[in-house]
Write a protein that binds this ligand. Structure first.
Ligand code: HEC
Length: 122
C-alpha cells in the first residue's frame, strides 16, 4: 500500500504534467478573451453599418438600401480586391459628397472596415 500511494504522489507532481495543466488553464482563460476582443470590433461595425450606412449602402447580402442605389454595396466592397482596407480607411477618414462625413473615430473606422471585409464569402 505505501508503495502505491507513493507512486500516485509521484505521478501527481510530475512537472511535465503540471506545465501541461498550466498551459491548458492558460489557454482556457486567454482564448475567450481574445475571441471577445475580435468579436466586439466586428459587432460594433455591424451595428454602425446598420444604423448609419444602410440608408444608402447594402450593408449585408440581400439587404437593400432604403434611399439610393448610387452607393457601392458592402458585399461587393468585401469581394472586390480594388477596395483595399487602406482605401476604405482613407475614404471613411475623409469621405467625399454625396456621402456624408460622420466624423468617425479610429475605432469606428477599424470596426467598419473589419465588418465590411468580413462579408467576403470566399
Ligand atoms: C447619404 C448616403 C450615404 C450614406 C449614409 C453612406 N454612404 Fe458611403 N457612399 C455613398 C455614395 C453615394 C458613395 C459613392 C461615392 C462615389 O463613388 O463617388 C459612397 C461610397 C462609399 C465607399 C467607397 C469609397 C470608394 O473608395 O469608392 C465606402 C467605403 C463607403 N461609402 C462607406 C460608408 C460607410 C461605412 C457608411 C456608414 C458609416 C456610409 N458609407 C454611409 C453614400 C452614402
Amino acid at each position: 500500500m505505501p508503495l502505491n500511494s507513493r507512486s500516485a504522489r509521484c505521478v501527481k507532481s510530475n512537472p511535465a504534467e503540471l506545465s501541461l495543466a498550466a498551459a491548458i488553464v492558460a489557454l482556457l482563460v486567454l482564448l475567450p478573451l481574445s475571441a471577445a476582443g475580435a468579436a466586439s470590433d466586428l459587432e460594433e461595425g455591424r451595428v454602425l453599418a446598420k444604423e448609419w450606412c444602410s440608408s444608402c449602402h447594402m450593408v449585408a447580402p440581400g439587404v437593400a438600401p432604403t434611399t439610393t442605389d448610387a452607393a457601392p454595396p458592402f458585399p461587393k466592397m468585401a469581394e472586390d480586391p480594388a477596395y483595399t482596407e487602406e482605401r476604405l480607411r482613407s475614404w471613411l477618414w475623409a469621405p467625399h459628397p454625396p456621402m456624408p462625413d460622420f466624423d468617425l473615430s479610429r475605432f469606428e473606422i477599424e470596426s467598419l472596415v473589419a465588418y465590411i471585409k468580413s462579408l467576403d464569402s470566399n
